[in-house]
Design a protein around this ligand. Sequence first.
Ligand SMILES: [Zn+2]
Length: 415
Amino acid sequence: MNPPKKNLLITSHNGIETIVFYELKPGEQIKVVYKFIARHKNNILIPWLTLLNMERFTKSKTMVFPREIIVGHNTNQQVAELCERISTGKNVLIVADKKTKKLSGDEIHKVLKKASYTVKDKIVSSPTVGEVNRVIKYAHKNEVDLLLGVGGGSVIDVTKLAAYELKRPFVSIPTSAAHDGIASPRASLKHSKGSISKTAVSPLAVLADTKIITKAPYRMLASGCADAISNISAVMDWELAHRLKGEEFSTHGAVLAKTAAEMLIDNVEDIRPDSEESVWLAVKAMIVSGVAMSVAGNTRPASGSEHMFSHMLDHLGLGIMLKGKRHKKPLHGEQCGVGAIMMVYLHGGDWEKIRDTLKKIGAPTTSEELGISKKKIIEALVKAHEIRPERYTILGETGLTHDAAKKLAKITDVI
Ligand SMILES: [Zn+2]
């Protein structure tokens, strides 16, 4: 039943009567709190009014977090106990690529087999819709109870999406720490014109064996650190969108994302090749980043204009410099790190600190180190805002002009 539209209330305080008019919209509620004021000369009951819930409260949010996070040396040996704690089923599917199967998948397989699990393996090659569908089909056929994604970002993303569709729990078992997808509820898939970010669900558990991850090329770890450090500009963009566009903002989500970045910035001296301690730090930061995204319910805490810049570089594709120092395709986190330097500058923040941290870690800070031409850097800056027009950032609605982009890249020593 809807309350009447017009209301009249008479309140009295210290003998002075006040008439309050107010309007109620359907669904609004009023709570009247009565207080006795004994010394009132007529000894009458004085109603104090507290108007609550003047807006209908319709907010609802679901946050899913990993239930168990195991990080450390030789943790692969704990996989059977972990599976036992999180699932009653005995049919497990290990999703890996050829390399990560050898590196970690086979060991996981053995440990589970010993604990009388029925274990199947599925090799995936790339993060595409086709691969996700193949995993789903295979898991259906084998009546799989639990999925284990053993690999880098791509393998984990494919497993994450398949598990989401199958409504089955999945465990994230990273073999490298190249980006913050290890524990996030989002997954990105490749398609012909770059990549798309898709909603999935956070892993039920994360099992990160530092012994295995240390074997991955250091470049991947440095890239993962750069990805987490780029949370600094992402949060700045989010705060701006909140102030300027009234976008929903989660203080806790923002604090967590910043904490992930600061954990690395503050401990930069400890991040170096061939060190399990570095892996430990990086994985921790990436998990906190993932949790920040779960709290926010979106990627805002870890993805702003610097990610748009990176996605635009992927989209433009062709700018890889053949004569540059690097001949390998730049990694996601490397691009985001360079993007963060420039975006923090635009925000008026301490961009030099970001640059110096990336340098110390050994992540690229210039177009040359990225292996991308100056022209492409400028083009990506000019077009970055087109990636997600609904996501307001420091790049505004119309983006940077060519001149502004060039100046920005020059001032920050990127080009
Ligand atoms: Zn990222």
